[in-house]
Unconditional design. Structure first.
Ligand code: FEO
Length: 406
């Protein structure tokens, strides 16, 4: 895609990655984009680079506007390789450019590249760089989502360049939210936002709230938010800020996701009566089989619902490996504000359900106890127990959900 002017003399010069389906282990069925921005002010300023596979794409986009050797400033908002790994090529073309970066960002770049010949300017929150008509205000956002992370606010353009925050993994010819909604749908964009938040930003809800409050306190006028992935928010940027606040505050739908795996279908057979119990209590329910679903999709579906039931057969007195993997992954994301329970079949000693609750305890999620175990295969009597288990879990989920209603 060619460079696009998003504000006067501010251009998107990034790359669309139509084919990536595995983004460091995270499934990206829609592909992604690596967004970076060039400001052709008195001092030509590049904000972020792109993944190194696409170096030539961004260099060509820059060259369509200016000779890259004229770049005076390179701002690195975030050093993860999908945004910084073209830096060597950029600096080879503009060796005298100053790199504006946080202290932790510089330390990270030093570990990845030979930076000895590069000129760095270490910035802190509140520092302002005048590049001509525009002033750039830097805002550190440590641990959103790396220690080095920061954002750049272009004051006179009312533009917040937000690095990973507010992004989505979408490859599209649409550069803006309203264009994407026009050619795809609002629902697809919403799903991509949730997917991104659940898999990348879920651990940082409290930090997100603090940072958004800080931005509001600074009274910055924002009429466009340009993240480093996906579409740029220009229609109503306040919406995406509010959506992030809602997610950080634990917003979820009153629904239940059942996430499970099975060996000889016994755990699977428990699900139908459990679902019927949930449905008869008036709560929606979705079922995810782990061996048939990418991990990042299971995480997204977990995050959408207020309640989750985890089903696992016992294997060698432990959780079934795919379920253990899911719970380990989930624990790393530090989920909050969800109620969770476990069920499963066993042959003799059992152990999976007990281990699942130990994991829930580590995560400090609201546990629904006791869990439900069935020996070998559910009998008619067991099916009734499953139905009651589902029904009771749905009741508790409704009660728990009330806490989050305004
Ligand atoms: Fe898109 Fe944290 O990198």
């Amino acid at each position: 895609m060619k460079a696009i002017e998003i504000k006067p003399n501010i251009y998107w010069v990034g790359a669309v990655d139509w084919t990536v389906r595995d983004f460091h282990g995270y499934v990206t069925p829609r592909g992604t984009t690596y967004n970076n921005y060039l400001i052709t002010d008195e001092q030509i300023t590049l904000i972020d680079t792109v993944k190194q596979d696409f170096s030539q794409v961004t260099i060509d986009n820059i060259r369509s506007l200016v000779d890259p050797s004229r770049i005076v400033n390179v701002v690195i908002n975030h050093i993860e390789p999908d945004h910084s790994s073209s830096i060597e090529k950029i600096m080879a073309l503009a060796p005298d450019a100053n790199i504006y970066i946080t202290d932790k960002g510089k330390k990270g770049l030093d570990r990845h590249f030979n930076t000895s010949k590069w000129e760095f300017k270490i910035i802190k929150t509140g520092d302002i760089l005048n590049i001509g008509k525009y002033n750039l205000l830097f805002l550190e956002t440590p641990m959103l989502h790396w220690p080095d992370s920061m954002m750049t606010y272009v004051k006179e353009a009312k533009l917040l360049i937000s690095q990973d925050a507010f992004g989505q993994h979408i490859a599209t010819s649409a550069r803006f939210d309203d264009e994407f909604i026009e050619c795809a749908s609002r629902a697809e964009l919403k799903d991509a936002v949730i997917d991104y938040y659940a898999n990348i930003l879920m651990p940082f809800g409290q930090l997100i709230k603090t940072k958004i409050a800080e931005i509001k306190k600074l009274d910055l006028e924002i009429d466009m938010i340009a993240p480093d992935h996906g579409v740029i928010w220009r229609k109503n940027p306040g919406d995406i800020l509010q959506r992030y606040l809602d997610m950080a505050n634990g917003k979820a739908s009153l629904s239940i996701t059942v996430i499970y795996d099975t060996m000889w279908h016994s755990t699977e057979l428990m699900i139908l009566p459990i679902m019927q119990g949930i449905k008869d209590e008036g709560v929606g329910c979705k079922v995810i089989k782990l061996r048939a679903t990418p991990m990042s999709v299971a995480i997204k579906e977990f995050w959408k619902s207020r309640g989750c039931l985890v089903g696992s057969p016992t294997l060698n007195n432990l959780l079934f490996p795919t379920v253990a993997e899911f719970l380990t992954h989930l624990r790393g994301l530090r989920p909050k504000n969800r109620i969770i329970g476990a069920f499963g079949s066993y042959g003799w000693g059992g152990g999976a359900v007990k281990e699942a609750y130990e994991e829930f305890k580590k995560m400090k999620l609201e546990p629904f106890e006791p869990g439900l175990q069935v020996m070998y295969k559910p009998s008619l009597e067991d099916e009734t127990r499953c139905y009651e288990f589902g029904r009771e879990f749905a009741k508790k989920t409704k009660d728990y959900h009330v806490k989050f209603l305004e």
